[in-house]
Design a protein around this ligand. Structure first.
Ligand code: ADP
Ligand code: MG
Length: 339
């Protein structure tokens, strides 16, 4: 069937839409006693476990460009939540999906469910309920994870002398957004052909990879942790505030900075790695003595390349040193929906 024909397929009823999503995203799980189809889901807690629960909303045009593929939206709506579960050190188990759609287009719904299911399947996560309504495209996922009782990794706990580490590259997703032409004042437009850096950046934006395995390792040893979603300075600021400490960061040590500087120049690279959003990379503080073994475990057991970007100090606030060691002027960083 041609794509043109598919577009003229009749709109789905609400029931048919839910059924299509259920077929792709719900699956048998002994923990789920009652799933999609009743008024509420019922799950069975396991002895010795605690549940971690988080929720995140994606609004079209704000959290993803309007022309983002349905598959990528489905993936990302779940991925941003799994990143929060990773940050606290939980294993993903279930999700609830509140979907607001302008129309029940079966091609779009199938694409969305496919992207969501692709990520869900890699963690054995089952969709256990949701809500469907009509309006501007907006997706809210609530994710439920589990972890051994008392073992959650929190934002508070960083101590003076700890290393500040990140589990991946920063700024690339923000650079991808820039390359899509959505921040004209920042982006130089580079070719978006496959295999080019700009193409890789857009992939980072559309398909964030939640760092679940890294979160499980960090929860054993890190003193504090969270995920970076609103920019390094903003999110590190939250962790430091919760811990009552400050930090010194070396710009040149931040993974992603060198690549972005070579492609886009120093000033734009600096803004992307310090203030860009959508990284979904874990940030943690680790006692200096624990770092070598932790770095090796992250590499060997979680395929994660983790890097020290600075250290925790007593003086509150964040000081960033440029490559030549000179402090750089404070810049406004991070994403605040109401700023
Ligand atoms: P109610 O009116 O009682 O809230 P609904 O008719 O909205 O129930 O939903 C029927 C069932 O389908 C419920 O089990 C609900 O959790 C599930 N459901 C509704 N929308 C979705 C969705 N987008 N994704 C997954 N499950 C959904
Ligand atoms: Mg009801």
């Amino acid at each position: 069937m041609s794509a043109g024909h598919a577009r003229t397929e009749p709109r789905l009823s609400e029931f048919a839409l839910i059924e299509r999503i259920r077929q792709r995203c719900a699956h048998h799980d002994p923990r789920v006693r009652i799933g999609i189809g009743d008024d509420a889901a019922v799950i069975t807690p396991q002895a010795g476990e605690e549940l971690a629960i988080c929720t995140d909303t994606l609004v079209a045009g704000r959290h993803f460009p309007h022309n983002t593929r349905a598959e990528d939206i489905g993936w990302k709506a779940l991925a941003v939540n799994l990143s929060d579960l990773a940050a606290i050190g939980a294993s993903p188990r279930h999700a609830v999906l509140a979907l607001t759609l302008p129309s029940a287009d079966p091609v779009w719904v199938d694409g969305f469910a496919h992207g969501f299911a692709e990520l869900a399947a890699s963690y054995g996560l089952s969709l256990i309920g949701g809500d469907t309504s009509r309006g501007e495209l907006c997706i809210t996922v609530t994710a439920i994870g589990s972890l051994p009782a008392g073992r959650a990794l929190q934002r508070r706990g960083a101590r003076v002398g700890d290393r500040v580490i990140v589990c991946g590259e920063l700024g690339l997703a923000a650079a991808g957004l820039g390359q899509l032409g959505l921040e004209p004042e920042l982006g130089r437009s580079l070719p978006l052909l496959p295999m080019t850096p700009a193409h890789r950046w857009v992939q980072k934006l559309d398909r964030p990879q939640p760092q679940i395995a890294a979160g499980l390792i960090l929860r054993e040893r890190a003193t504090a942790g969270m995920d970076i979603s609103d920019g390094l300075l903003a999110d590190l600021g939250h962790l430091l505030d919760a811990s009552g400490v400050g930090a010194e960061i070396a710009l040149a040590a931040i993974p992603g900075f060198a690549e972005l500087r070579a492609a886009l120049g120093n000033d734009i690279a600096l803004r992307y790695v310090l203030g860009g959003g959508d990284d979904y990379v874990l940030l943690a503080t680790v006692a200096a003595a624990d770092w070598p073994e932790l770095q090796t475990r992250l590499r060997d057991q979680a395929a994660t390349s983790a890097t020290v970007i600075g250290q925790v100090v007593a003086q509150p606030g964040i000081r960033v040193a440029a490559a030549d060691g000179k402090p750089i002027a404070p810049i406004r960083g991070g994403w605040d929906h109401f700023a």
